[in-house]
Design a protein around this ligand. Sequence first.
Ligand code: AMP
Length: 148
Amino acid sequence: MISVQKEGLEKYSMQEMMIPSEKVAHVQGGNPMEHALLVLVKSGYSAVPVLDAEYKLKGIISKTNIIENMLGVEQFELDCLSEMTVEEVMNTDIPYLKPEATFSDGLHSVIDHPFVCVIDEKGYFEGILTRRAILKRINQHIHTNHES
Ligand code: AMP
């Protein structure tokens, strides 16, 4: 049986596991919804962070947010795409991590979310921690321990 030492996993820092801000696709709150939809469809991501002009985290916008807001009484209202802005439809009630968060904090946060934003104490966006990155580390750790 493979035993996983929690202490061994705690050595992985947020800095080395997260995707840094410069590599993260994002939109701004004032962008029209159609811009966000374009970014989401072209990137293939289900959701991306929403930042302000200063690079502070404001929320997350997903394809589901956009589709739900386009749904009228009987049909999809395409005009919404240019009339509504990202900040009108984004999720603002989102979890986040500090750069000094531990591996356990990260693991806990991605149980319910495919990715979680990392922000500093002033709210500046530093990057994202994905569930994939955490699983990759656990997988690597299990195999390294198993082989030694
Ligand atoms: P993954 O773990 O790579 O499947 O990513 C899970 C989710 O994290 C994606 O659907 C996106 O919502 C988000 N994500 C991952 N990488 C990026 C990125 N480089 N830019 C923006 N969002 C990302």
